[in-house]
Design a protein around this ligand. Sequence first.
Ligand SMILES: C[S@@+](CC[C@H](N)C(=O)[O-])C[C@H]1O[C@@H](n2cnc3c(N)ncnc32)[C@H](O)[C@@H]1O
Length: 192
Amino acid sequence: MSFRLKNLWDREGHVCPWWMAYTFDNKLRRLFHNPELMLDLWVGQGMTVLDIGCGMGYFSIAMAGMVGEKGAVVSVDLQEKMLAMVLRRAERAGVRERIHPHLSGSDRLNLPRKAGFALAFWMVHEVPDLAAFFADVYSALEPGGSFFIAEPGLHVGEDTFEKELSAALAAGFCERCRPRVRFSRAAVLERH
Ligand SMILES: C[S@@+](CC[C@H](N)C(=O)[O-])C[C@H]1O[C@@H](n2cnc3c(N)ncnc32)[C@H](O)[C@@H]1O
């Protein structure tokens, strides 16, 4: 483990390291997490969307296709290495111009622009301060904007997921639905 990665482990303890992302972000993933099917109701042409905790960019690249040439995807992660991988993938996929990388802090997201939709896929359980996190996402969304959360089902129990959602409601979100996502617990929230 490199010195920087070890520092990150020590500091963030529970943050998914870049090499672990290869275990789930691979070619087989489309079979059980199809972004177009999963996000079709919320992501459309011309929108600006946030991919929070984007990892290697599995959803960022797909959403860049869904928002089209006039849309934008802000790919947010606290690991520079993840953002570098997203940009490499975006280049290969021909959507580099629609992807805007944003390096966040571990405690505050400092999101650079407003968006109509936000995704946090398998990342909320890694966030140390849920109240600050949901407040940041809430203020980055346009009124009526949606926030899709999915957590890994094996790793995040029902009680923990409900606590996460309670923190989201306390930040002002209301719950819209609980979509079915393989190997996950999921909910879609909405900003007033
Ligand atoms: C398990 S990975 C999921 C990656 C991606 N969403 C996917 O489904 O392929 C979690 C990601 O969230 C990032 N992350 C964790 N805490 C974060 C925070 N507070 N702010 C931004 N990113 C964070 C990690 O660096 C990691 O890239």
